[in-house]
Design a protein around this ligand. Structure first.
Ligand code: XUL
Ligand code: CO
Length: 437
């Protein structure tokens, strides 16, 4: 029995004039854009946690989402049913990748050994499904934040016993990821932060967090996992202050603890907003450090100050993201993972299709806009002209470290006042809109 009987397989591209809500209007997987297909550029992934095991529960009310695959009272049978629903969904949607946490895929058992066995059974079943469908694992991760044992953090817990628990869980999640041929492994600092500094040794906790990452890198080497590790910045939620608060904080952390060679960043739109940045800023900061790895594609609500994890529908936003991605030459190991959830009133399974189709179309349009802006060349030329002075004698001698304060003093004395140039912000905003409108 299919879980999504109303959806034909796979969702077809019907073009911009289609009125079929279960068809793509922009995402045409095989269409070539700048030498690569849309599917190759966008590398869409579906997340397991919100999409298949999210319930719609909020602090004010009970679960609302109808999820027929979650109805069996036996947790393991429920997990296998959920796996069936997930792979039916991936295939019908036509995405190439998925992502999971260990505990979304398999339930926690009575003790750690049973939890590990549960995970192994689900991984074996998922491996068969991957072979049957060709869907690949973009990244795996461990849930080190839901269980009460992690209430004071995982790697940053004051108790080394909890650190060891988290490390053991990472070992098995990493091995599961490896077994499934995962292209990456993500660390998001679930509760790696603090509620109050009155009870927190921040220096020690950050050192321990780095230790866990080094242990994971060592274990990967030992088991032959060559996928990319990611760290995912987020400033707050669940803790008041997360140690991986934004891209700059993560880069500093990776440099401080000698991890730059081993981890890149997995950047999420709503986390950027919570950090008081734009996604454009966060992607640019990571890209310029050679550390942009993957993207958790979603959107926040500017009127709400929390992680609403909505599906991205704004093409201005997706165009901005795709401009940064094209500027770095596209994804290598990463992709666009919809770390997003339907609203709790969108309780029917088919709403999952509407949500993902909308997100994929918004990114396909964003890709087309970004490629057109690059092909047009005016934006790049404006930028090159704006900094052209740095190719002259003065600019080069400063940038290359040959000029002293004395040299600058002499230069200024023998030249007239610098000529001011307009930043042309509104002109450039209009230029972008030429392609968006
Ligand atoms: C939490 C979040 C996580 C990570 C994976 O805000 O984004 O789902 O993506 O642990
Ligand atoms: Co995320």
């Amino acid at each position: 029995m299919p879980y999504f009987p109303e959806v034909a397989s796979p969702i077809a591209y019907e073009g911009p004039s289609s009125k079929n809500p279960l068809a793509f209007k922009r995402y045409d997987a095989g269409k070539s854009i700048g030498g690569k297909t849309m599917a190759e550029h966008l590398r869409f992934a579906v997340c397991y946690w919100h999409t298949f095991v999210g319930t719609g529960q909020d602090p004010f009310g009970a679960p609302t989402l109808v999820r027929p695959w979650m109805s069996d009272p036996d947790p393991m049978r429920r997990a296998f049913d959920t796996l069936d629903a997930a792979f039916e969904f991936f295939t019908k949607l036509g995405v190439g990748f998925w992502c999971f946490h260990d505990r979304d895929l398999a339930p926690e058992g009575a003790d750690f050994a049973e939890s590990c066995r549960n995970l192994e059974r689900l991984v074996a079943a998922a491996k068969v499904k991957q072979q049957e469908t060709g869907v690949r694992l973009l990244w795996g991760t461990a849930n080190l934040f839901s269980h009460p044992r992690y209430q004071a953090g995982a790697a940053t817990n004051p108790d080394p016993h909890v650190f060891a628990y988290a490390a053991a869980q990472v070992k098995h999640a990493l091995e599961a990821t490896h077994e499934l041929g995962g292209l990456g492994y993500t660390f998001w600092g679930g509760r790696e932060g603090y509620e109050t500094l009155w009870n927190t040794d921040m220096k020690r906790e950050r050192e321990h967090f780095a230790r866990l990452l080094h242990m994971a890198v060592d274990h990967a080497r030992q088991i032959g996992f060559t996928g990319q590790f990611y760290i995912e910045p987020k400033p707050k939620e669940p803790t008041k202050h997360q140690y991986d608060s934004d891209v700059a904080a993560c880069l500093n952390f990776l440099r401080e603890f000698d991890l730059m060679d081993h981890l890149k960043l997995n950047i999420e739109t709503n986390h950027a907003t919570l950090a008081g940045h734009t996604i454009q800023h966060e992607l640019r900061a990571a890209r310029e450090a050679g550390a942009l790895g993957s993207i958790d594609a979603n959107a926040g609500d500017e009127l709400l100050g929390w992680d609403t994890d909505q599906f991205p529908t704004n093409v201005y936003l997706t165009a901005t993201i795709m401009l940064e991605l094209l500027a770095m030459g596209g994804f290598r190991t990463g992709g666009l993972n919809f770390d997003a959830k339907v609203r709790r009133q969108s309780h029917e399974p088919v709403d999952l299709f509407h949500a993902h189709i909308g997100g994929m179309d918004a990114f396909a349009k964003g890709l087309e806009i970004a490629q057109a802006i690059r092909d047009d060349g005016r934006l790049d030329r404006f930028m090159a002209d704006r900094y052209a002075g740095w190719s002259g004698d003065l600019g080069r001698s400063v940038a290359e470290g040959r000029a002293s304060l004395d040299d600058c003093d002499a230069y200024v004395r023998s030249n007239a006042e610098p000529v001011r140039h307009s930043g042309r912000q509104e002109f450039l905003e209009n230029l972008i809109n030429e392609f968006v409108l």
